[in-house]
Write a protein that binds this ligand. Structure first.
Ligand code: ADP
Ligand code: MG
Length: 699
């Protein structure tokens, strides 16, 4: 029997060259296998047949059985339509069609009995159904009246060629008949038993032709489990391979730099969480294996000082280190805070960004090569070819997801042996997404804020509460605090947004005549921006009107209020990120979300989540539930590295966990999948790597 993936869909009866072309362009369906794995996106239970007298127009979908008669054409031109009467002896419903009129005229026969399915509505006081699905009773391969009806995604172009959901189902029906054999299994038999899974052949038949909900659930579980299992198996195998292949520098000691900084210059007590993650990383660095660790921690949890102390361990062992940040603002802020700490103990720190002048650059290049620079901080400029270290031992990447994986791996190819890698992120990533995107990294979490921080109070105001807002801002300013007012600025509506921003600025000037107000936005020259920012940082200006350019990297502990205008236009993680700009000092801080009065369901929920929790992980989980993993900050730019055919990371966390456990158990016995028993796994991984998954996107 030929492999399903080599059988061309064009030769499936009912397809042919023209439809094959459409299936390829619209759904990327080329082979029998592709069509089999085009799963329904929903099912509607069609086991019940209603009596017309019991139908009321508020019902979602109904199914009735009876005769169709009195077919006639109405209207002219674009309003031309067809109408018919349906009766089952208990009452009548009008059926209406705007398309496919010729076909209807040819096929509808008043002598036949039909099963009619659709959404009922009330028109001129009587029941009708627009574009019902109709099937002759007892006709072969229809699902009507029998059970769960699957619905497949289709496109307008497909519908024009009569490739609607029903047609796809018929093609799949034909496919099973044509193939006439068992679909080959993609998991070993004993594995299927151990995990109590349905076999693949049954699962694929059931998902397209479900006999009942319970069997369908089992089929869906099998397919989801397999999908998530293979992703985890691949990630964990890569992790094993790296562990076997990459020795990693041994940082055997904690030396003078670390100890001096810790004893003499660290001005605060580390939180227990900070101490714990430092220990976790010290263990990695002393193991002789390459460290690959993700450090997660909410904004303000103190990741920078942790990163610095890990850098000190590298330097104590005779190595150089570098830290890469996604923007110039962030890089220079890291530079300032790290340089301040490092200069105390006599270390050399340099900043390398795109705007460093040539002479300075040359100097950096030289002192990197001869090992004078201990810590290099910068942007993408760090990964350029010409940047060569004498002895790079540790790479810290901040705000990981803003970098492509390729860029990162270029950074650690700067040595023959790979340096240790620590990736920091302040955007908390939901657990399931982290497991999938960074599943081969070890994870450390700073799950508490430094003591004395009061959680930011978040409030939701409508635009017509402006006077109340202004009174509140005045009170805060009179206490000596400072205020941010952030406006959305989105490319698509840029000019309108810009008008809002500048009008907001003018308005604030009239509302706060006694205060100094600055404005920053992306269109300003960077020298102007910096000057305005500096006047705010120094406290000279009390209010700062800005776009999201201030989202990352601004640290003004005296700023205690963050007003977010048109908050409905921001995503949850962005709102949380902006909120992280306040609450950095010891005073009570506030985040005020301004929205219009009329809000959609989803937006109201977002505002509610913001006012209810300060916990970044909870916000991220909620965000993923609302928007789905593909739209989350962090996956937006890079995209998910694979397309999930059936699983949903926000809903299938439990299946993902058991898939990961099973994958770990498999690798426990056979770390690199070399045994004979693992050949199915291997074959399947090779296939996935070729077809579906862009593994290079995974770090
Ligand atoms: P993150 O990078 O995680 O957002 P930072 O490292 O910028 O957080 O820390 C935020 C602020 O908290 C900095 O001013 C830092 O000096 C301070 N800080 C960090 N750890 C502690 C601690 N254990 N106790 C008090 N202050 C701390
Ligand atoms: Mg930081």
């Amino acid at each position: 029997m030929s492999e399903l993936s080599t059988l061309n869909i064009m030769y499936l009866p009912g397809v042919g060259p023209r439809r094959a072309e459409i299936l390829k362009n619209e759904l990327k369906v080329v082979s029998y296998e592709d069509l089999l794995y085009h799963f329904p996106y929903k099912y509607i239970d069609r086991s019940t047949i209603f009596k017309v007298r019991d139908v009321d127009p508020t019902m979602q979908y109904i199914q009735v059985k009876g005769k169709i008669f009195g077919l006639r054409t109405l209207g002219e031109g674009r309003r031309k339509r067809m109408s018919a009467k349906f009766s089952d002896g208990t009452g009548e419903i009008e059926l209406v069609w705007f398309k496919g009129l010729k076909h209807l005229k040819r096929t509808i026969n008043p002598d036949y009995t039909y099963i009619v399915f659709g959404k009922p509505s009330l028109f001129n006081g009587s029941l009708n159904i627009v574009h019902p699905e109709i099937d002759r009773e007892g006709q072969s391969n229809t699902i009507a009246g029998t059970g769960m009806q699957p619905y497949y995604n289709t496109t307008e172009k497909m519908k024009k060629s009569f490739l609607n959901s029903r047609a796809l189902q018929k093609l799949i029906y034909t496919l099973f008949k044509e193939y006439n054999g068992k679909i080959p299994e993609t998991l070993p038999a004993c594995f299927i038993n151990e995990n109590r899974l349905m076999n693949l052949d049954t699962a694929l038949r059931v998902i397209h032709f479900p006999p009942d909900t319970i069997t369908l659930q089992k089929a869906i579980y099998r397919l989801k489990f397999e999908e998530l299992f293979y992703i985890q198996l691949n990630i964990l195998r890569m992790k094993n391979q790296r562990r076997y292949n990459n020795k990693g520098f041994l940082f055997s000691k904690v030396g003078n730099y670390f100890n001096r900084f810790y004893k003499e210059f660290l001005t605060f007590e580390l939180t227990d969480a900070q101490k714990r993650v430092i220990k976790e990383m010290r263990r990695d660095l002393g193991s002789g294996r390459q460290m690959n660790r993700l450090l997660q921690g909410d904004v303000g949890s103190g990741k920078t000082v942790v990163a610095f102390m890990i850098m000190l361990i590298a330097i104590d062992n005779g190595y150089q280190t570098c830290m890469m940040a996604p923007t110039e603002i962030l890089a220079s802020q890291h530079y300032n805070s790290i340089n301040e700490m490092a200069s105390n103990i006599g270390l050399k720190v340099s900043l390398l960004t795109g705007s460093v002048k040539k002479r300075e650059r040359d100097l950096i290049d030289t002192s990197l090569r001869n090992g004078e620079i201990d810590i290099l901080i910068g942007t993408h400029a760090l990964i350029e070819e010409r940047v060569v270290f004498e002895k790079l031992g540790l790479v810290v990447v901040d705000e990981q997801h803003r970098f492509g994986v390729k860029q990162r791996s270029r950074l650690w190819k700067k040595n023959c042996s790979p340096p240790h890698v620590m990736v920091m992120t302040a955007t908390p990533i939901p657990r399931t997404l982290a497991m999938t995107l960074y599943g081969d990294l070890d994870v450390s979490v700073i799950d508490m804020l430094p003591p004395g921080r009061k959680p930011v109070k978040t409030m939701h105001y409508f635009h017509n509460h402006r006077n109340r807002l202004n009174r509140f801002l005045k009170e805060e300013i009179n206490k000596g605090r400072q205020v941010y007012i952030v406006y959305p600025l989105i490319e698509e509506s840029e000019s309108l947004d810009f008008k809002n921003l500048t009008e907001g600025f003018e308005y604030m000037k009239t509302a706060f005549p006694d205060n100094k107000i600055e404005m920053v936005h992306g269109k300003m020259k960077s020298s102007e921006k910096e000057a305005a920012m500096a006047r705010f940082v120094s406290g000279e200006a009390e209010l700062m009107v800005a776009t999201t350019v201030i989202e990352v990297g601004v640290n003004v502990p005296n700023a205690s209020v963050m007003v977010i205008e048109s908050a409905e236009r921001f995503g949850l993680s962005q709102l949380h990120q902006l909120r992280g700009r306040v609450g950095r000092g010891a005073d009570q801080s506030y985040c005020i979300l301004m929205t219009s009065y009329k809000l959609g369901e989803e937006t109201r929920k977002r505002m509610e989540i913001m006012t209810q929790t300060n916990n970044g992980f909870e916000v991220a989980e909620a965000d993923m539930k609302i928007r789905g993993p593909g739209d989350l900050e962090g996956t937006q730019q890079s995209g998910l590295p694979f397309e999930l055919k059936i699983s949903n990371l926000s809903r299938d966390g439990a299946i993902l966990s058991s898939g990961r456990n099973s994958a770990a158990a498999v690798l426990e016995k056979d770390p690199l999948l070399e045994h004979h028993d693992s050949r199915i796994f291997n074959k399947q991984l090779t296939k996935l790597a070729k077809e579906k998954i862009n593994w290079s996107m995974i770090s």
